[in-house]
Design a protein around this ligand. Structure first.
Ligand code: TXA
Ligand code: MG
Length: 318
């Protein structure tokens, strides 16, 4: 049985000893290991059932010296970090050979780095005096947890220490960009910090047609709830789907569906940041209900909804 605590000192001690600890970040909870302890990092892959060639993000404290791991930081990347850190932006950059474990990089010459904003994550990083490797604290391919209880539900049979930092304020994973090219970034995973915000800080987008990078969001299935999730562009199609089903459907929509059972329906906010905060939380509510499946109205195909749409398409039942 896992153990939920608010004792940060206990968490730091456990991490120093090579134990895994689930920690809160502002995006989602992470399953953290000391970045210099390879045995601990291996345990992350085992616990998540994650393929070894799927690299993990290194989380750093504010004002940490990145020069110890990176061979080159492009000017635009520095501007982005100055502007958005601490916060939900991950940058993939070129490493100095031999400074970052291949268990973190997936054997590539790049590393993904993020400086989380959650005060508990920052306190732990500062007290530890080293970075933390932390993928989202869920079994591979499933929905990321946004509360300590959700982490516990994801790892029911493990003895895992979970630090409770409340509900994550962002609610979906960080934006990931590649900042390997000296002049242009590439978007690898959409998040709340969108292209408009990145370009607002003077970063320009490159052509990604001939990239050899392993692109995270390229997995066809990901972020999946336990129950089958069906997504619809239009409410009419969603309504007819519900009418055809003999068993109860859990409806998550932006527009109120008159026929939906109020106990088994949730109306998402029409603003992207607020909807992101609710998305995984509500999918978990749906999983806990006695509905046979989940039907969801997709947000419009607009840049500000890209992060949510991409996740929902991957989470859909096919
Ligand atoms: O918000 C977040 O980013 C959360 C919290 C816990 O910080 N973490 C998270 O980690 O979402 P994870 O492991 O679930 O997703 C990280 C993604 C993976 O899809 C991985 O492929 C990609 O980052 N990644 C890591 N290192 C990379 C690298 N060197 N090059 C390209 N992609 C990389
Ligand atoms: Mg994940």
């Amino acid at each position: 049985m896992s153990f939920i605590t608010t004792d940060v000192d206990l968490a730091v001690l456990a991490l120093k000893e090579g134990t895994l600890v689930a920690i809160p970040t502002e995006t989602v909870y992470g399953l953290a290991a000391h970045a210099k302890n390879e045995e601990a990092i291996k345990k992350i892959y085992q616990l998540k059932n994650r393929p070894l060639d799927h690299p993990v993000i290194m989380h750093v404290a504010e004002n940490c010296d990145l020069g110890q791991w990176l061979s080159f930081i492009p000017d635009y990347a520095q501007r982005l970090m100055d502007h958005f850190w601490p916060g939900p932006l991950t940058l993939v950059m070129k490493t100095k050979p031999g400074t970052v474990s291949p268990l973190i990089t997936g054997g590539q010459d790049t590393v993904a780095i993020r400086c989380p904003k959650h005060p508990i994550a920052q306190t732990i990083l500062n007290q530890l005096g080293a970075p933390l490797v932390a993928p989202s604290a869920n079994p591979f391919g499933k929905i990321s947890p946004t509360t300590a209880k959700h982490v516990q539900q994801s790892f029911k049979h493990e003895e895992l220490l979970i630090v409770d930092g409340g509900r994550c304020s962002v609610g979906i994973e960080s934006t990931i960009i590649s900042a390997v090219d000296p002049n242009h970034y590439q978007l690898l995973r959409a998040g709340l910090i969108g292209e408009k915000e990145l370009q607002g800080v003077g970063a320009s987008k490159g052509d990604c047609s001939n990239s050899t990078l392993k692109v995270p969001g390229k997995l066809e299935r990901h972020y999946q709830p336990e129950k089958p999730l069906y997504c619809f562009e239009h409410l009419d199609a969603l309504s007819s789907f519900c009418k055809q089903k003999t068993a109860t459907v859990y409806v998550i929509s932006f527009t109120k569906l008159p026929l939906a059972n109020p106990q088994l329906a949730y109306q998402l906010p029409k603003e992207p940041t607020e909807a992101a905060f609710e998305l995984y939380y509500q999918l978990r509510q749906a999983d806990e209900s006695n509905a046979c499946c989940i039907a969801m109205e997709l947000p419009p195909e607009e840049p500000c909804w890209q992060a949510l749409r991409e996740r929902l398409v991957k989470a859909s039942y096919r």
